[in-house]
Ligand binder design. Structure first.
Ligand SMILES: [Zn+2]
Length: 166
């Protein structure tokens, strides 16, 4: 099997091993997150044995992923997270069969939205897709999740940000 791997999978799972029969790929930004001895050691060995390789998403896919994440109202995704999502989009476009391994719920959420198969290493998988809505508690006006407004443009009340599960 071909796995796209997130740092969370390796960092959270102390029993994690790269299986030489499989192939793994990730981005340089994700590799930089392997800072402790155990995960660095695992990663360097896997790179040396060509079990793990590093690939970069296309710049335009990275931009697209950034826009999508902002549009859905997610603010907690890091640059490594974004690079991973973008690479997943690229691999899918190329018709590659792969599974994304991540314990990060935000990344899992985007895997769901983008219909990318994923597995979790330790923490389990989300069953619902999360989106956000922004609305005014006073007049009921709703704004797109990507909105940066803090106050209602109609009545000036403080806007409420709500998490929706589907
Ligand atoms: Zn209002």
């Amino acid at each position: 099997m071909f796995y796209l791997i997130d740092s969370s999978a390796v960092l959270n799972d102390f029993g994690f091993q790269f299986v030489p029969e499989h192939k793994y790929v990730t981005t340089a930004l994700v590799v930089n997150e392997f800072r402790d001895m155990r995960s660095r050691h695992l990663m360097e060995n896997a790179l040396r044995q060509s079990v793990l390789s590093i690939a970069e998403p296309k710049k335009q896919t990275l931009n697209y992923a950034g826009d999508l994440v902002a549009e859905k109202g997610f603010t907690r995704l890091s640059k490594p997270d974004l690079s991973l999502i973008a690479l997943a989009i690229d691999l899918k476009k190329q018709g590659k069969k792969f599974i994304l391994i991540t314990d990060d719920y935000s990344i899992q959420n985007f895997a769901k939205i983008l219909e990318i198969p994923f597995e979790s290493a330790m923490r389990g998988e989300i069953s619902k897709t999360i989106t956000f809505s922004i609305s005014c508690p006073s007049c009921g006006k709703t704004l797109p999740a990507s909105s940066k407004e803090r106050k209602c443009p109609d009545c000036g009340s403080r806007l409420r940000r709500k998490m929706l599960e589907k």
